[in-house]
Design a protein around this ligand. Structure first.
Ligand SMILES: Cc1ncc(COP(=O)(O)O)c(C=O)c1O
Length: 408
């Protein structure tokens, strides 16, 4: 899902459908929204004492350079040369104008989408996996432990660990582990070990299995397992693929490129849209535009989440744990509760009970909006994108879309 992020505009025509950038135009900094916020964010709290977290509290899990980025007062942060060398393998990603979809919908809107699927792992996730592996390697860490839903984040981190000669352990939500064996194979190919979560490998996993032996798992449970693994091994740190400020920061390469590409197209977006799990692809596209809004001239910004896991639209803005076993700091975010186990919808990466605290804060401030949709109308809408329809028709010529959508 998140490989596509959309920019929708309705202003003058331009000639092309594909907008590319030269290597020299790939952003050399990440942009940080924190110093521009009109009101500061509520601080994360220590899970035991509920006192505001200090950087030292996070050291068992993250290297200091990432902790500094989490709270950074700087408006931009230079992207290290070693990370740029890897970004250049697939960045800049293309921006497309979906002219045939516009025709099909008979809409006056001009629809653009930023395609992040050109990375080796096929999503936006390597934008943060690579710097996270890089900073951990510099801190002398040998192994990273993480969770994954659909497998996109786990495969991105496995890839990044390969680049820097590190080991990687992935706790993959059970329902996706069973539904998506090919993602598991990708992670194995990149050298990672992968456990179905809840697993017998950790205290947290064993606890869930004892209470619910057939648990489908959740991102909250898988995070507990990965955090426990990292906290109990000196040579191992934890890596998170979404939610945290430093993840949003790394993803801002998406929006910075999109802005240059929209300039090339000669248009200004009126609405910027992204799908929302924990917030990283959405934040990556939207945050550079949020800076424009905070300066008084930005577009509408809309997050779209699954109605099966509606943290932004039905959740409560409150302090909650990022994981089920209450091992993580308490963060103020829109949440459905750390023990929420969502139904096993197809988009496994969107099944997270919470949301980025930064994007939660921006939602509360009215700088971003949120909507939820259930998966079948979303699949149906996606299959109207002519390129997708053509692909499906070739695979199954019997149906107009090539695909029978029968389940509720
Ligand atoms: C391809 C893809 N898109 C979107 C998401 C949702 O996460 P986020 O909201 O952090 O982009 C995921 C999560 O794993 C993903 O793999």
């Amino acid at each position: 899902m998140g490989a596509f992020t959309s920019v929708i505009v309705s202003s003058p025509m331009s000639e092309h459908s594909k907008f590319l950038l030269a290597d020299s135009q790939i952003p050399s900094v990440w942009v940080n929204v924190l110093p521009s916020l009109p009101e500061p964010m509520a601080p994360p709290l220590h899970p035991a004492t509920r006192a505001p977290l200090t950087p030292q509290d996070l050291l068992p899990l993250f290297p200091m350079e990432l902790i500094e980025q989490e709270f950074s007062p700087l408006p931009t942060i230079d992207i290290p040369g070693e990370v740029m060398d890897i970004y250049r393998l697939w960045r800049a990603t293309p921006l497309y104008r979906a002219r045939r979809l516009e025709k099909l919908l008979d809409t006056p809107a001009h629809i653009y989408y930023k395609y992040e699927g050109t990375s080796p792992a096929g999503s936006h996730k390597p934008n943060t996996a690579v710097p996270q592996a890089y900073y951990n390697k510099r801190a002398g860490i040998k192994r990273l432990a993480t969770e994954t839903g659909a497998g996109q984040w786990g495969s991105a981190l496995s890839l990044a660990c390969q680049f820097f000669g590190m080991e990687c352990t992935v706790y993959m939500v059970r329902v996706s582990y069973d539904q998506k064996p090919y993602r598991r194979m990708m992670m194995h190919t990149w050298g990672a070990e992968v456990f179905a979560s809840p697993s017998e490998h950790t205290h947290a996993g064993r606890g869930v299995l004892a209470a619910t032996p057939d648990s489908p798992g959740s991102l909250g449970i898988a995070i507990s397992e990965a955090v426990e693994d990292a906290a109990t091994h000196d040579d191992t740190n934890y890596a998170l693929g979404s939610v945290l400020n430093h993840v949003m920061l790394h993803q801002t390469v998406i929006g910075q490129e999109a802005k240059l590409q929209m300039e090339q197209a000669g248009e200004e977006p009126e609405v910027v849209i992204g799908c929302f799990g924990g917030g990283s692809n959405f934040g990556g596209l939207a945050l550079p535009y949020v800076l424009d809004r905070l300066a008084g001239k930005g577009p509408r910004i809309l997050a779209v989440e699954p109605s099966a896991c509606p943290s932004l639209t039905k959740g409560t803005l409150t302090y909650d744990y990022g994981d089920t076993a209450k091992l993580t700091p308490l963060i103020k975010m829109y949440t459905l509760g750390h023990d929420f186990v969502p139904p096993g919808i197809h988009a496994g990466g969107l099944r997270y009970h919470g949301a980025s605290p930064l994007l939660s804060h921006l939602l509360k401030l009215g700088q971003v909006e949120a909507k939820s949709y259930s998966q079948l109308p979303v699949f149906e809408a996606a299959s109207r994108l002519p390129a997708v329809r053509e692909f499906c028709r070739r695979r199954n010529p019997r149906t107009p879309s090539g695909r029978q959508l029968t389940k509720p």
